[in-house]
Design a protein around this ligand. Sequence first.
Ligand code: C2E
Ligand code: MG
Ligand code: MG
Length: 714
Amino acid sequence: MRVTSDMDSENSSDLSILLIEDQLAEVDYIREILSQAKSYSFSITHADTLGKGLDLLEQNHVDIILLDLCLPDSTGYATFQRAHKAFPAIPIILITNINDETLAARAVREGAQDYLIKRKMDSELLARAIRYAIERQHAEEALRISEERYSLAVSGANDGIWDWDLSTGNVYYSERWCNILGLDCQQPANIKTWTDRVHEDDKADFNHALEAHLAGNSAHFSHEYRILTKDSGYIWVLSRGIAVTDQDGHCTRMAGSITDISSRKRAEEQLIHDALHDHLTGLPNRNLMLDRLGHAILRKSGRGGHATDFAVLFLDLDRFKNVNDSLGHSVGDELLVLIARKLQKIVRPGDTVARLGGDEFAILLLEVNTLSMVTQIADRVLDECATPVEIDGHEICTSVSIGIALGTERYTSSHEVLRDADTAMYWAKSEGKACYEIFDREMHSRVVKLHQLELELRRAVERNEFELYYQPIVSLTENSMVGFEALIRWNHPQRGLVRPVEFISTAEETGLIVPMGWWTLREACKQAKQWQQEFPSDMLPSMSVNISGKVFNQPEMMTTLRTILKETGLPATSLRLEITESVLLDHIDESLDKLAELRELGVGLHVDDFGTGYSSLSYLQKFNYDTLKIDRSFVNQMEDSNGSGAIVQSIIALGKLLKMNIIAEGVENNSQLQRLRELECPQVQGFLFSRPVDSKTAAAILKSSLQKFGRYIM
Ligand code: C2E
Ligand code: MG
Ligand code: MG
């Protein structure tokens, strides 16, 4: 134990005491008893007024203040107040007279660590009091800092806090908790203040989660639910908490937080909405349609084969691509939005209109018990969609093709229903568009077959399973063969030789017609050139090649054609392209350009199947063809009384007038030939002269007629 003078009070290894006391006898007394304390060491600094004491405190480190309440510059409670206010972190022990005791007790309540009565303290009592006072002060300070940190964290976390005393039922709700719910913090609150506000639909789950935790079945309570605020209706919150149990395992208390998660929930809801809706029209998308359809199927199976109670309409806009290509995508988009609005107006509230993608829509109709209910709606859809709309000053006429699948017990998945409706839509398209078709099983098997055909055809293109057959074209005026028409055949590995009628339309739909078309053109040109070299004559046989619209309308059509002519060496004048009139009419401007180029090149142009399409006489002149090929259906029935004969006669007359060549197709017998001669039909083609034959046979025909007659005589 070492009691220092005022001068060496800086020693930091001891507890430094500031003794503020004006009576020197007391000062000596305290120094004396402290010097006797056995287990502690102190250094004492002394001040005889409060002012001096506070100055010393400013300058020196002090562990504890021993403060007399009655000083020359301050007396009573105010003395403590001033010292404590100026240095709240330094513990204060009051040194009082007996008559200051009440005052001292009050000061202890307000933050003084202790009070001791003068002359009544001995050395150990004072030393211990000092020690405890310092420790207590440290503990209090640590607690204060911890509480401050806690309350900062609570307010910073933006969460509301609750603390539920299960034994009394009292709940403490923090200010933030009340703010989140818009409640007044001053109002009395209990557990019902909270639980009564939970949304009716969420109550059962909420209670379940809470009870599970209280029963010890979950480590933490964490639950998201809607809760009623005072002014803003329901909001989404997350409550988390943990229960405290006593030795017997009974829950005594549970505390936790509440977090406002409304904005997160809104973002989540938006995400879910976006995932299930189409951005352009805002309609449900394919996923949502499949989901709702799935529910409809489940309900249907639950009812055990009740009559049709749902139906799906699969819609596809007719010629939407034309709108997009000619007026631009923004007009196309606008059209889709307008169609979406029209469809929404037609259906009832429980039904679903969805955009499946591109120009495809689907409608799910619920509670439809008769077929006529479905067809009435389909008719309305057709009508509404056929009403022209105006976009950006353009009047746009559209139509839709609709496939209908009726809900039957047979369906187990929504994909099947949509697939069948799609199939039916496909038939509606092939029936001429702007109509509806109802799915039946036969459609399905036809589609399966078509699909199979498509697969096989792809393989055939890859493996080049095609072969050209050639049918002679005969001139009646010259009495000789003037050329061949190349006709494609498919050497199917299992089915043998397959005729074009069985695969051309599928090839067109799948686009496979394009590689097939180039192959045919090249092969036919090569063959013609070879024959011209092998069997030279003053009249070289020509080669007619059928060109599909898809191929003719390829942008690189002319370049490819020129390349093929160059590579094969066939003179352009020996080549004739056979095109149906509709191909030209679909793209009139481009067609006119191409026809002019073909003419310049010297390639001949035949209108195939003339009479069957929607040939307009005015176009005949415009397009300036070389040859019209009268469709064999007319030649076939020339002798019937149905007018076919008259048609053949008129076409021949027309050809003469417009100075066009005429070829009558499908001449099978002599009486037909006789009649055509009478009508002065210049050229013919048909089984009567020759069926289409393979290249070897065709070469043999050429060879023998040349040998016999010096020219190609049939
Ligand atoms: P098309 O161009 O009108 O060809 C004439 C069709 O009539 C050929 O049928 C031919 O075999 C047939 N035919 C000719 N004379 C007679 C006859 O006296 N009686 C009967 N009953 N039929 C006769 P094919 O070869 O089956 O071709 C059918 C159609 O397939 C062709 O009609 C043509 O439109 C198309 N086609 C054929 N080859 C090709 C090709 O390489 N490319 C394209 N795009 N289409 C082709
Ligand atoms: Mg033809
Ligand atoms: Mg034809």
